[in-house]
Design a protein around this ligand. Sequence first.
Ligand code: NAD
Length: 418
Amino acid sequence: MGNGGHHGMLGVALAQLDAVVERLMLDPGIHKRLRQPQRSLIVSVPTLMEDGRLEVFTGYRVQHDLTMGPTKGGIRYHPGVNLGEMTALAMLMTWKCALMGLPYGGAKGGVCCDATRMSPVELERMTRRFTSEIIGIIGPDRDIPAPDMYTNEQVMAWMMDTYSMQRGITTPGVVTGKPLLLGGSLGRREATGRGVYYILKAAAKEYGLPFKRAKVVVQGFGNVGSVAARLLHEDDCSVVAVSDHAGGIYNPKGLDIPRLVVECADEGSISHHRDGDRITNRELLELECDVLIPAATEGQITEKNADRVRARIVAEGANGPTTPEADKIFAAKGVAVLPDILANAGGVTVSYFEWVQDLQQYFWHEYEINERLSEVMTAAFQRVLALSRKEQVDLRTAALMLGVSRVAEAKKLRGLYP
Ligand code: NAD
């Protein structure tokens, strides 16, 4: 397997791992094991399209580490999906679960396709065939998928149904992020955005940034970005710009986020919003603000634009939005980056709550879920902050050190089989 080249996401994930391993002085054998995913599966997904054509999509499921339990990670439908990207994202999930203290390793999966141009019928057929093709390696005690870019509760319901029909047993615990009626959890849909909000609240307090009227810019108005924007808006922050794939909207006086949420649900995009100026995604990232939340996709802030970012805090809602070169520029400028494996870990944390509820068939109140999420996120932030101060490293390095060292320790305890 190639390593995705120097610029690919996998190259970045491996370089981050190598640097952290060196700092932690880990055993070279364990280092080698952590660099490779435990399992990768590539499947063909033949799908009958509505115009009668047959299309064959390529699907992936990568399980990076199974040392501490089943694997966990999202399913992405996007034209950029490939083995390198899936492997990098699976690896990030391993560190994220370990950092948060969840009994999982990391996985990621997806299908290379343009879901925005597919009908619901086509999406359902593709999802069911993809699920059948990977059915041997998923399951509530093996690997538990969840939503990611361009997948949602409905896609999870189709996956759960396909798995359950083939096994002959209704199995809610095979996926998380399901509809409530099928064993989903209260608060799961909002969990990632809510987690970003909790981490930001803790960080703002730490860095002496007044939360009231803080200027916030959000890239990506999907599940993660729209929820983070709404909660910050409700807490009296001024969300001055948001965007989606079609571009952004900017209003220095603050946007009406609840209205944008409704418009986006009705029209599938925010691009018809009138109350502000149209800007590009590139311009949006360079707006003057207190908090920038990249919540769209990877590789958005690089050595090309990082020096023009005028935020005090960057909270990574997306996975891998900041490149290592951009990290260096931010460190020199004194911009605090709240790293993905910490800032967006609210999703997998409430996915864990959902899985526990499914296994016990006992469901919690929403306030219990949000309270426990807040506790887990705030405690993780404090652990990361403390280590970053002790070791004189940025928050990303500290978060990776905590995650990687836990997995390495677990591997050492289990030893090598046979
Ligand atoms: P989503 O599909 O709900 O929303 C994605 C949003 O980004 C949409 O508004 C889309 O229009 C926009 N977008 C896509 N490409 C863009 C581009 N090139 N420039 C600007 N905007 C673009 O997806 P989501 O679930 O909100 O995921 C967003 C990010 O958060 C991804 O990186 C994902 O891996 C990460 N994430 C999601 C979860 C989760 O629970 N959903 C958890 C952790 C991390």
